[in-house]
Design a protein around this ligand. Sequence first.
Ligand code: GLN
Length: 534
Amino acid sequence: MTKFIFVTGGVVSSVGKGITTACLGRLLKDRGLKVTTQKIDPYLNVDAGTMSPFQHGEVFVTDDGAETDLDLGHYERFVDLSLSQLSNVTTGQVYGTVIRKERAGEYLGQTVQVIPHLTDEIKLRISAIAEHDQADIAIIEIGGTVGDIEGQPFLEAVRQMRRELGPGNSLFIHVTLIPYVGPSGESKTKPTQHSVRELRNIGIQPDVLLCRSRRPLSKEMREKLSLFCDVAPEAVIEGLDTDSIYELPLTFEDQGFGDLVADRLGVNGKPDHTEWKKVVQRIRKPKQKITVAMVGKYMALKDAYISVTEAICHGGIANSAQVDVKRVDSEEIEKHGAAKLLKGMSGIVVPGGYGDRGVEGKIQAIQHARENGLPFLGLCLGMQCAVIEFARHVCGWKDANSAEFRSDTEHPVLDLLPEQEGVTDKGATQRLGAYPMRIMPGTNARKIYGSARASERHRHRYEVNNTFRSELEDRGLVTAGVSPDGSLVELIELPDHPFFLGSQFHPEFKSRPNRAHPLFREFVKAAAKYAPAQ
Ligand code: GLN
């Protein structure tokens, strides 16, 4: 039988619930338990696919093609698992199902209500993931903050589940912020007390408090939190900022968090963090420091490309290098030129994106990388920009472009797939999720992957246009990876360059701190060898 851990948040949002959930998953996995995770997002969108990365950060993509909240990326990276669409539940999905069932007459004349119909549907979805993933432990993170109107049906559903599951089979962890009030130099527990009171109002008593704080919690503060919030003193865990998020599981373990949770759920087992400790050691003792540029559009928000940033970091871990990622807005390149903005960089990554804003700047950056032997990795739109750049400056097709940006060009080197023609709905209609790829013999990619086949995750509508493929190849653009029937280009590369590779897919989603994705591993290796012009 699966045991459940419910993670709620209080005081403020963005306090690190996702990472805490992910860390806890690692602590339990290292005890030999089968762990799965689920994120509940109380917004009305059916999924994150239609949400702007400016507002909500990156859209993460699972193997089965779900467009999800970025927290699933944290879960996959920390727990080293591959999640499915069942791991992201939204209000939009739950209401959608309940309304469909009502129209189908499945409620047999009843009045359809939030309790029990909506809450039953929520409970079904929570149980479904545990069953689907055959998990010993399912960690369910409820997005938002206690007290939000949107979150109430979900909190009510998990309140009901606690009783239904019976004693010892569930655990509630409340993640809060302990603010540090500047002038008096004090850390304050009061917001946490209020937040726990709010949680109790809806019938939930937390078992563990995880307090994010800039300063260590004093003994007095722990006692106060324990007394007022009614949790055991050892169940007050502090979450201090660390240099690297990957150190967090070990700092939690040091405080007894893993033992406490395992003990309360009756699943004791000795933790074996050998593999994780190796990751942390490499992070702490880099042999080299380099800076690579990430050239894109959504640069103001760090989370907009979080999987890409993490994958670059994993490439660093694999090469014992500390890689600082400098976010460069491609519109700035349009204004000031690539040479100026990319000075001192050891490599550039151009990630995915949509729409034509900033595209010319990305193309300029790629031209700079191609002409100067600067290591380049292009991801999805980044790869498409590399094809445009090559078509314009090597093949001499000055008007080359993607049909996404210009419909009147004679050289649409990227075009819609036939099945995308006429698609008007935006949600879940792109080419999504894992597809197999064949990697061509004799290519750099084949060496990097060490294999003739791979499966990678996709999220895009446009593809390299086969009309121009042989001409591009004749001029030296190597098609290094293709779909099994050869009809779609998956990977391109340039042979006479230290590292110039573009993927139509998103390798960043499959990278792990303990197992960097090969493309990122080799990109960082090449960047570490490159001596940047100062
Ligand atoms: N806009 C491009 C497309 O739809 C690239 C998408 C992406 O980078 N994820 O094909």
